[in-house]
Design a binder for this molecule. Structure first.
Ligand code: GLC
Length: 427
C-alpha cells in the first residue's frame, strides 16, 4: 500500500518548497556587507515586540518579567488584531517603511520565506546565532529559508479535534465515522462540525487539511501543485458536502479561530477543529459550557487519523532594529525552557522544545500533550515560497466558492492549480 503523504517523516515534508520556474527568490540583498543586516548588531536599549492579539494572556506577564530584569532594555508590546491576514499586512507595511521600532515581530510559519527573501529578517547566524538543537525539527524548518535560520521558533501549532465527551461515547477516527455521529448533534439541537471557513489564512489551513487527510496534497514531491487528483477532490468534497447538507452549520462560513471557539465553548457544536490554545480558554473561562466535557483527539482522515496543517509562529528580528543585541537576548528568553513551559501551562500553547512533550510533570497537568505531539509530528507544512500571498489567495478564494456552492469542486481545484502555477512562474 502506498504510504499516505501525511505519514511520511517530517523531513520529507520539508521538500514542499514550491518549485519556481522563474528566477524567484525576490532578492534578500540586505544581507550583503554594508546592508541593514550589518547594522545595530551591538545595539542595546528599549525594543518593541509586535504580535497578534494575545488571546491566551501570556505576553504581558512575560514582558513584565523581562522588564523587571532589564530596566535599560525594556520591551514594549505592540498588539495587533487577532486576524492572521491583518497581522501580515501590518508587518509588510512597517517593513516597507523600514520602521526601526518593529524590533521583534511574531512571524507566522507561512511568512518566513516571503519576509526572508525580501531581506526584512535578520539572519540568525554568526554573531546573531541561536541554538536550535533542542527544538522540534518542523519548527526550525519553518523558521528557516534556503538553509538559514531567520527567526526563533516560538510556538508550534497543530490542529486538534475538540469534541463533546458527554455526547460522543468514543472519539471518531475517520471523517465518515464523525459524519455518522451528526445525528447526535441533531438530537441535541446543535451544529455537528466546524473549523474555520471565512476567506482568510485559516481557510487555507482547513482546505489543506481536508486534502491531505484524504491522501492528496497541495504540492507534489517535486514542489509542483497537484490539485487535479481524485484524492484532492475527495478531500475538498468532504467540506463542500458537509456544508451543503448542514453537517457544517451555515454560520461557519464566517468563522475564524475565535468565532469557532466561542461557538464550541457556548455548547453549539459537537465537534470543532481548532488549535491547542482553545484548551486553556475552554477549561478556564467562566462562560465556558464545555469545561468538564472537553474531549481532544486527532483530526479525522479517510482510513484513520487525518493530517494537520503545520501552524505556529517564530520571533523574527527586523533588520531595521537599532538594538539587535537586546533583541537577540529577548529571542533567547522567548525560547528558554522556562518561557516555553509558561506558554504551555498558562496558554496551552504548543512548545517548540521537544523534551517538554515527555516532561512527566507537564503531561500530568496538560493531558493533551501526547495528542498534540502526534499532530505536530505528522503535520504537513503549507507551500514554502516568497510568493505565498498569491498561493494562499488561490486556495482561499477557490475553496470558499466551492464550499458556498458557487463553483464545482472540479472547477475550484483546477482554478487553484492554474493560479498556483502562475504565482510560481510569473514573478
Ligand atoms: C494559527 C497558526 C498559523 C495559521 C493561523 C491561521 O495562528 O499558528 O500558522 O496561519 O492560525 O489563522
Amino acid at each position: 500500500m502506498k504510504t499516505p503523504k501525511f505519514l511520511l517523516p517530517i523531513a520529507t515534508a520539508g521538500v514542499l518548497a514550491l518549485t519556481l520556474s522563474a528566477c524567484g527568490g525576490g532578492g534578500g540583498g540586505s544581507t550583503t556587507a554594508g546592508g541593514d543586516a550589518e547594522q545595530g548588531l551591538d545595539g542595546r536599549g528599549p525594543i518593541t515586540y509586535v504580535q497578534g492579539k494575545d488571546n491566551s494572556n501570556v505576553v504581558r506577564p512575560l514582558i513584565e518579567k523581562w522588564n523587571a530584569a532589564h530596566p535599560d532594555e525594556k520591551v514594549t508590546f505592540k498588539e495587533q488584531t487577532d486576524q492572521a491576514d491583518q497581522q501580515h499586512d501590518d508587518l509588510v507595511q512597517n517593513f516597507q517603511a523600514k520602521n526601526a521600532n518593529y524590533d521583534v515581530v511574531s512571524v507566522d510559519v507561512v511568512w518566513t520565506a516571503e519576509f526572508a527573501a525580501k531581506g526584512w529578517l535578520q539572519p540568525l547566524k554568526d554573531k546573531m546565532a541561536l541554538d536550535t538543537s533542542a527544538m522540534l525539527k518542523p519548527t526550525v524548518e519553518s523558521a528557516s529559508y534556503k538553509g538559514t535560520l531567520y527567526a526563533a521558533p516560538q510556538n508550534s501549532d497543530g490542529g486538534i479535534l475538540y469534541y463533546r465527551k458527554d455526547l460522543v461515547p468514543t472519539a471518531p477516527k475517520t471523517w465518515d465515522e464523525m459524519m455518522g455521529m451528526c445525528s447526535i448533534a441533531k438530537e441535541n439541537n446543535i451544529g455537528c462540525f466546524a473549523g474555520q471557513y471565512a476567506k482568510y489564512e485559516g481557510l487555507t489551513v482547513n482546505t489543506s487539511e481536508a486534502i491531505n487527510s484524504a491522501g492528496g496534497s497541495v504540492l507534489d514531491a517535486e514542489g509542483k501543485p497537484s490539485l487535479n487528483t481524485p484524492e484532492a477532490k475527495a478531500g475538498l468534497e468532504t467540506l463542500t458536502k458537509a456544508y451543503a447538507d448542514g453537517s457544517i452549520p451555515k454560520e461557519a462560513i464566517t468563522f475564524q479561530e475565535e468565532q469557532g471557539r466561542q461557538a464550541f465553548q457556548n455548547g453549539k457544536l459537537l465537534f470543532h477543529r481548532n488549535w491547542p490554545y482553545v484548551y486553556n480558554l475552554a477549561k478556564t473561562e467562566g462562560s465556558s459550557k464545555v469545561k468538564d466535557v472537553l474531549g481532544m483527539t486527532a483530526l479525522t482522515g479517510t482510513d484513520g487519523p487525518g493530517a494537520s496543517t503545520l501552524g505556529g509562529h517564530s520571533a523574527g528580528m527586523s533588520v531595521y532594529s537599532k538594538n539587535k543585541a537586546t533583541a537577540l537576548d529577548f529571542l533567547k528568553f522567548l525560547t528558554s525552557e522556562e518561557t516555553q513551559k509558561f506558554y504551555a501551562t498558562q496558554g496551552s500553547l504548543a512548545p517548540v522544545l521537544g523534551a517538554l512533550y515527555d516532561d512527566k510533570e507537564l503531561v500530568a497537568k496538560l493531558p493533551y500533550l501526547p495528542v498534540l505531539k502526534t499532530s505536530i509530528e505528522n503535520a504537513v507544512p503549507r507551500p514554502v515560497t516568497p510568493f505565498y500571498p498569491a498561493v494562499t489567495k488561490a486556495i482561499q478564494e477557490n475553496a470558499y466558492a466551492a464550499i458556498k456552492g458557487e463553483k464545482t469542486v472540479d472547477a475550484a481545484l483546477s482554478d487553484m492549480q492554474a493560479s498556483i502555477e502562475s504565482a510560481s512562474a510569473g514573478q
